[in-house]
Design a protein around this ligand. Structure first.
Ligand SMILES: N[C@@H](CCC(=O)N[C@@H](CS)C(=O)NCC(=O)O)C(=O)O
Length: 247
């Protein structure tokens, strides 16, 4: 009997976190077993416990605790973790997700991932912080900051539709032949807007139909893993939709 392929480390995640969901999806789409999964709950401040801080001083999720560390034991940043898993897993990550070994094809995916972190994430994550996370932590976010996040998000969604999806003529971000990890990561980023009670329709589906159609296509492409990875998010979405819309 063949020995099961060993994991590359322990991935610490909270399934309410968008970069965590993206990596869980990457693992599932690769057949599972690239990593072991450990849950660390942000809303219970478990990521800030003494034990967690000693392991991961950056204090953000996800992180990968490496099986074979050369130097530091922990690797942070979801996009770097994804690249590492693709490069170190001996071809287990499908090439359409991350085309290891083809420098230019990798750079195309990287460009989309970098763009996302400085555009889409700046809008979506800041808006969710201002509307949900900040108030939960007792922080009142000034209306001007909320407005700025909304405007950054709107500009990013416009660029995504007009440029990365060429006004709907491209199926996947950047005109790649199939969904890449950039599609997975961007979808997870947008999905968090579902915690804002009705905001997804108001901010994405209504004004940006090309992006909304891509999001639906990407969700279908990632099934059955997508439904599993977003189970908790959808429960929170249902709760948010049953209370009055905040946007
Ligand atoms: N750029 C990082 C983002 C990491 C990040 O901001 N994680 C958030 C969850 S989405 C977190 O750990 N927040 C906890 C906190 O800020 O206290 C990545 O892609 O991994």
């Amino acid at each position: 009997m063949e020995a099961p392929a060993r994991t590359l480390g322990v991935l610490a995640v909270d399934m309410m976190s968008q970069p965590c969901r993206a990596l869980v999806l990457l693992d599932a789409l690769s057949g599972g077993g690239l990593v072991e999964r450990k849950t660390v709950l942000i809303h219970k401040a478990q990521h800030l416990s003494e034990e967690e801080r000693a392991r991961n001083p950056i204090g953000k999720l996800p992180y990968l605790e490496l099986s074979d560390p050369a130097g530091e034991r922990v690797l942070t940043e979801s996009h770097a973790i994804a690249r590492y898993l693709a490069a170190a897993s001996g071809g287990r990550v499908p090439r359409h997700l991350y085309p290891t070994g083809d420098a230019l094809a990798c750079a195309r995916v990287d460009a989309l991932l970098d763009w996302q972190h400085t555009n889409l994430r700046q809008g979506a994550a800041k808006l969710v912080f201002a509307e949900v996370i900040g108030p939960r932590r007792g922080l009142a976010v000034p209306p001007a900051i909320v407005e700025q996040a909304r405007s950054t998000l709107n500009a990013a969604l416009r660029a995504m539709g007009e440029t990365h999806l060429a006004g709907g003529r491209r199926e996947w971000l950047g005109g790649l032949a199939d969904a890449s990890f950039a599609d997975v990561s961007a979808l997870c980023e947008l999905d968090q807007l579902r915690t804002l009670g009705g905001a997804y329709e108001a901010l994405v589906a209504g004004p940006h139909p090309v992006v909304a159609a891509w999001a639906e296509r990407t969700r279908r492409r990632l099934e059955p893993h997508y439904s599993r990875a977003t189970d908790m998010l959808r429960r929170v979405e249902r709760r948010a939709s049953s209370s009055a819309s905040r946007l």
